[in-house]
Write a protein that binds this ligand. Sequence first.
Ligand code: PLP
Length: 426
Amino acid sequence: MQCLSHQLRKIKLLITVPKASYPNLKSIREDFPILHRKVHGKPLIYFDNGATTQKPRLVIETMNRIYEQENSSIHRGVHYLSDRMTEAYEEARNSVRKFIGAAASHEIVFTSGTTGSINAVATSFGEKYVGPGDEVLVTVMEHHANLVPWQMLCERKGARLRAIPMNDRGELMLDQLDSLLTGRTRMLAVTHVSNALGTINPVKNIVARAHERNIPVLVDGAQAVQHLAVDVTELDCDFYVFSGHKVYGPTGIGILYGKEKWLEDLPPYQYGGDMVDQVSLEKTTFNELPLKFEAGTTNYVGAIGMGKALEYLQGIGLEDIAAHEHHLVDYATHNLSQVPGVRIYGMASQRIATFSILLENTHPYDVGMILDKLGIAVRTGTHCAQPVMQHFGIEGTLRASLAMYNTPEEIDRFVTELQTAKSMLT
Ligand code: PLP
């Protein structure tokens, strides 16, 4: 009898959520060498994309070629290699501009990553515009990278950090936004997509409401740009930040997009070579945008690698990627909810394919360890979002974060092995 109902459930599952995907998924997977390796003797299922994504061959080969054939420091030399590198670096900047729909290349600053970008704004903007009694508004679902820099700024300045709360579905309670935006709010910093819950926040609407009160908005796009088509001009945000390594590019490189008026207005946050114009022992003047914010030798190889990653994504098409991943959201939600004792944290109506789950009577760490032995890479813990865990009164979750190269078949195996783990642990 139990067997029959199991069969019926399986049939229903196939009827309601077909295993569709975009036609070129197989060839996309071919582009990522690491996806074809084994871990502990099992084919790798990589479900830790929220932490970092894997790299397509194009990115790997571009960076290898640079180190083998073309490497030279940018912006400084008169020789062929330096010229060539500078050109490639500036082309990469333009690829980023196109990728996020910025008006001008000089609005794109290369940083070390999302964390570096947010710290840059918190320092530069914060030093100039935040004072005692002022407020900075964040949300309860921020990654620590978009929380702690603002908290530290507020501590330094005698300002107050406030947060937009969320409901149990993991959606921001935006009915409270207008009362949280006060005459003292100097900045609203909000994540586009929650790394812990997968919620996609309606940032265009949030930006518009903050702008009605002349409050600038920084959007943390670290979990958004690899999943959705993002247009900063349409969002009208003042700053948009993200990391290369989460968007199929290399580590150690990231983006700070800022509207020209802000980047012109704000002081540099680091000083040194390349960001200066005239230097004497008495005085220094700064370089023009965006170099004013790129002190020292930047990670130019990383920037070029990232540019290639973005071109690669545009070649596939962000709409197609979003549609495929949307399908993964439906498929995984449906299948996970069939597993007895699974609770998914974050059931927002707009979500990416990130699943924070707990399995009744088990510890996420133990489940994660067993999944690892079965070749499945997931993350366990607080996901650098402790206030999210505090909201739900839990210590952490097991997070499966999927990306454009993941398949419904991998979800099937994940769901099966979750049950294996459960049967071993309970
Ligand atoms: N913001 C969000 C939403 C993230 O998910 C992460 C990383 O997981 C960060 C910021 C920090 O990114 P990075 O470590 O690349 O600076």
